[in-house]
Design a protein around this ligand. Structure first.
Ligand code: COA
Length: 324
C-alpha cells in the first residue's frame, strides 16, 4: 500500500492583546499608512506575560486534536517548528508533550525560522510514508514580540505572536502530495537573532543584542524570486498546472510578497488565504494559523488542492502541496 499523510485536523491560537499600528506610531517614528502600504499589516497579537511557545502550542494542539477526533494519547510523534522556544533545551516539543499529559512518544523541535512549519510538516510526512509514525502532531508556535527591539521601526512593525497546529494521520489516499525544503546559509546575515549568551561578545563592535536584525529590502528581493521558483518546482514534481491549485496558503510576512507569489500562480487574491493584516508575521505559526482559519470558515473544502509556501531566516524555504 502507498502510504500518504492526510490532514486530520487543525487548530490555531492567538493571544488576546491586539497591538495596532496606531499604538506603535506613538512610540516609534512611523504611521499606520506607511506600514499598511509597505506590508499590509494593520495589527498583530502580543502574548501575555505568562504565555510561551509551549502554552500557546498546547491551545492550538488541543483544537487540532478535537477537530481530528483524537485524544493526545493517539499521537506517536510531536514536531514543533519554533524560533522562540521556551527554553534553549529541552525542546518546546517536550514541554508541549508534558502539557498534553502524554509520555514516551518522540518529541523534538525543528529550527527553520519562518519556514519551521513547512520543515516540520516535511519531516512528519517522511515518518508517515516510511511507516514509522501513524499520527503526528505538527505545530508552529512563536513569541516574536520578545525578540523585537521595540525602538527599531524597521522590524517591530512586522511581527506578531501565535500558534497553529495540524494533526497528520496515515491514509491510502493523498494527502500530502509532496513537500520541498531548501536552505542557503550564505544569507545568514540578512535576517537573524544573535545568541550572545552562548557566543559571547563578537568583539567586532557588531550589535549583539538578542533581537531580530534584518535587511528588509534585501530579504524582500530574495524572497520574491525564491518563492516563484518553489512554486514551479512543486507543480512540476506533481505534473500539475497552476490552474490545478485551488488555494494558496502562504507564509504571512508581507502582502506584497504574497501578491507576487499569487501573480506567479496567475491566481486571483480571492484564492489566497491572507491573515497578515490582522496577525502580522507570526513566523512558523503563520501557515497553520491561516490553514486553520480557512478550513474552519469553510473556504478550504475536502478534496481541494492547497499549496503552502514559506520563506525565512537561513535562508530556509519550502512548500507543501496538499489534497485536503
Ligand atoms: N516607518 C516609516 N519609515 C520606515 C519604517 C517604518 N516603520 N521602516 C523603515 N522605514 C524607512 C527606512 O528608514 C528608509 O528610510 P531612508 O530612505 O530615509 O533610509 C525607508 O523607509 C525605506 O526603507 P526600506 O527598508 O528600503 O523600505 P522597504 O520598502 O523595503 O520596506 C520592509 C521595508 C521591512 C517593510 C520591507 O523591506 C519588507 O517587508 N521586507 C521583507 C521583510 C520580511 O518579510 N522579513 C521576514 C521574512 S520571513
Amino acid at each position: 500500500m502507498t502510504r500518504y499523510s492526510a490532514l486530520l485536523g487543525t487548530g490555531g491560537y492567538l493571544p488576546e492583546r491586539i497591538l495596532t499600528n496606531e499604538e506603535i506610531s506613538r512610540t516609534v517614528d512611523t504611521t499606520h499608512e506607511w506600514i499598511m502600504e509597505r506590508t499590509g499589516i494593520a495589527e498583530r497579537r502580543i502574548a501575555g506575560p505568562g504565555e510561551t511557545a509551549s502554552s500557546m502550542g498546547e491551545k492550538a494542539s488541543r483544537m487540532a486534536l478535537e477537530a481530528a477526533g483524537l485524544v493526545p494519547e493517539d499521537i506517536d510523534l510531536i514536531i514543533v517548528g519554533t524560533g522562540t522556544p521556551d527554553r534553549v533545551f529541552p525542546s518546546t516539543a517536550c514541554l508541549l508533550q508534558h502539557r498534553l499529559g502524554i509520555r514516551q512518544c518522540a518529541a523534538f523541535d525543528v529550527q527553520a525560522a519562518c519556514s519551521g512549519f513547512i520543515f516540520a510538516l516535511s519531516v512528519a510526512d517522511q515518518y508517515i510514508r516510511a511507516g514509522t509514525a501513524r499520527r503526528v502532531l505538527v505545530v508552529g508556535s512563536e513569541l516574536n514580540s520578545r525578540l523585537l527591539d521595540w525602538s527599531d521601526r524597521s522590524t517591530c512593525i512586522l511581527f506578531g505572536d501565535g500558534a497553529g497546529a495540524a494533526v497528520l494521520g496515515v491514509s491510502d489516499r493523498p494527502g500530502l502530495l509532496s513537500t520541498h525544503i531548501h536552505s542557503d546559509g550564505q544569507y545568514q546575515d540578512l535576517l537573524y537573532v544573535p545568541n550572545s549568551i552562548v557566543t559571547g561578545d563578537s568583539g567586532t563592535g557588531e550589535d549583539d543584542t538578542p533581537y531580530i536584525k534584518m535587511q528588509g529590502n534585501e530579504v524582500f528581493k530574495v524572497a520574491v524570486n525564491t518563492l516563484g521558483r518553489i512554486v514551479d518546482e512543486t507543480l512540476e514534481a506533481n505534473g500539475l498546472q497552476k490552474s490545478d491549485v485551488d488555494w494558496l496558503v502562504p507564509h504571512q510576512a508581507n502582502i506584497r510578497i504574497i501578491a507576487a507569489t499569487a501573480k506567479k500562480l496567475k491566481m486571483p487574491m480571492e484564492q489566497v488565504v491572507v491573515t497578515v493584516e490582522r496577525q502580522g508575521n507570526t513566523s512558523a505559526a503563520s501557515i497553520p494559523l491561516a490553514l486553520d482559519e480557512a478550513i474552519r470558515d469553510g473556504r478550504i473544502q475536502r478534496g481541494q488542492t492547497v499549496l503552502m509556501e514559506a520563506f525565512g531566516g537561513g535562508f530556509a524555504w519550502g512548500s507543501a502541496l496538499l489534497v485536503y
